[in-house]
Design a protein around this ligand. Structure first.
Ligand SMILES: Cc1cc2nc3c(=O)[nH]c(=O)nc-3n(C[C@H](O)[C@H](O)[C@H](O)COP(=O)(O)OP(=O)(O)OC[C@H]3O[C@@H](n4cnc5c(N)ncnc54)[C@H](O)[C@@H]3O)c2cc1C
Length: 381
């Protein structure tokens, strides 16, 4: 049995490595930390996007920025200038490379790849006992970023499911200066479907088909829609597929997982890191990692993802309920939001740092009817 470590991080993905990077910067003050990660090696398995405006972090890892974006629904097209806060993209490979280098640079951190737990952590006195093939660890604290269970209906108000392919074409068919955030496709029953296109050159782009629906959809269900959208919508016949990515993100996790113990906290997506209205989590994880590392540096227990301020929680919740009940209204609602004269109000709201006036601007941009009807239904049902 090993003498006690301070901390075990379960899962070396975005949240686990984000925390590890901050701890690595503490030098000798870094708690003795083990990171348990089942994958053997890291590949470019996802693309993280966010609005590049304060308080965005890790912006040195950004590999592409778009100063314009478009939203399309049928024959309506809206193009927006977002030069003040560009839409930015970090490939997972850039993040993993930086994080792994930081971890390797501090001997107080150990990343165990290709490793899994043998059973769940067990409480023994004031420590945890964690058994793996490489030994038994006895940390004071656990930060657990493992997924708890596969996505399923009822665990979130809506699931954002997507399948994307990074493709290369022989002809020039993209504008690398403009990202397509939403190009609405005909809906399927309860769901909202749209294309998301991130062009990095005139011949190369990440093209994703995305669904917002009460049921999560796997990549196999989304593949025919992606193939069809590439051919019919983008007129791209046989692109070279460089890589693929997919996922199902909770929008309005219900209820947020209770923390197992004050000394064993969940973080990352299962700890409620995804912003309900967008499913985006990357920048929220960075802010949590900052706070958590400060706590640990002071010898305090790790902290969980902070709860949303109530106005954001209430507005996200109502917006998602409206989308869920009236999916056919989604194109119009998003068009109105993105058409707001002051894009920075929407960016601040989506980046978790709205001013009071931004709430007012967003409420004013949306049609009151559906929202009042939904409020009435929620209140009296
Ligand atoms: C394809 C994709 C694209 C995304 N794009 C964006 C985006 O553009 N912007 C944005 O803000 N968010 C985005 N997200 C959402 C979110 O930022 C990511 O999902 C992010 O990776 C979540 O971090 P995490 O640490 O919770 O999960 P992960 O990064 O998935 O890390 C969880 C880790 O736990 C490990 N693990 C699994 N089982 C075990 C086990 N039994 N024991 C130990 N470890 C285990 C996994 O191997 C993994 O390394 C995207 C998600 C996906 C999947």
């Amino acid at each position: 049995m090993k003498p006690g470590d301070d901390l075990v991080i379960l899962g070396g993905g975005c949240a686990g490595l984000s925390l590890a990077m901050r701890l690595a910067q503490l030098g000798e003050q870094c708690p003795q930390t083990i990171i348990v990660e089942p994958r053997d090696s890291y590949v470019n398995d996802r693309t993280w996007c966010f609005w590049d405006a304060p308080p965005a972090q890790l912006t040195s890892l950004v590999r592409h920025r778009w100063n314009r974006f478009e939203v399309m629904a049928g024959d309506r097209r809206l193009e927006v200038d977002c030069t003040a806060s560009p839409y930015a993209m970090i490939p997972a490979s850039a993040f993993y490379e930086t994080a792994l280098k930081a971890v390797a640079g501090n001997s107080r951190l150990r990343l165990l790849t290709g490793e899994r737990l043998d059973g769940e952590p067990v409480r023994r006195g004031d420590r945890w006992e964690i058994t793996t093939a490489q030994g038994v660890f006895r940390p004071r604290w656990i930060v657990d970023t493992r997924p708890t269970r596969p996505p399923r209906r009822g665990d979130a108000l809506l699931w954002q499911s997507f399948l994307g392919q990074e493709i290369r074409c022989e002809t020039e068919c993209f504008n690398p200066g403009c990202a397509t955030l939403m190009d609405f496709l005909p809906g399927t029953g309860e769901g909202i479907m749209f294309l998301y296109v991130l062009p990095t050159t005139t011949c190369q782009a990440l093209v994703e088909v995305t669904s917002f629906a009460p049921d999560p959809l796997g990549p196999d269900s989304l593949q025919p829609m992606l193939t069809n959208a590439l051919a019919a919508r983008l007129k791209i016949a046989r692109p070279q597929v460089i890589r693929a990515e997919s996922g199902s993100l909770p929008m309005g996790l219900s209820p947020v997982q209770a923390q197992p113990h004050p000394d064993w906290i969940r973080a990352g997506l299962t700890g409620g890191a995804a912003r309900p209205a967008s499913g985006f989590a990357f920048q929220r994880i960075q802010r949590w990692a900052d706070h958590c590392a400060v706590q640990l540096a002071q010898g305090l227990r790790p902290c969980a993802q902070p709860a949303e301020p109530w106005p954001i929680r209430a507005m996200d919740d109502l917006f998602l309920r409206v989308l869920r009940r009236y999916p056919e209204a989604a194109p119009d609602l998003f068009m109105r939001l993105f058409a707001m004269r002051d894009t920075s109000a929407m960016v601040r709201f989506m980046s978790d740092c709205p001013r009071w006036v931004d709430y007012y601007r967003i409420i004013r941009a949306l049609p009151p009817g559906l929202f009042l009807r939904e409020l009435g239904k929620t209140r009296f049902s």
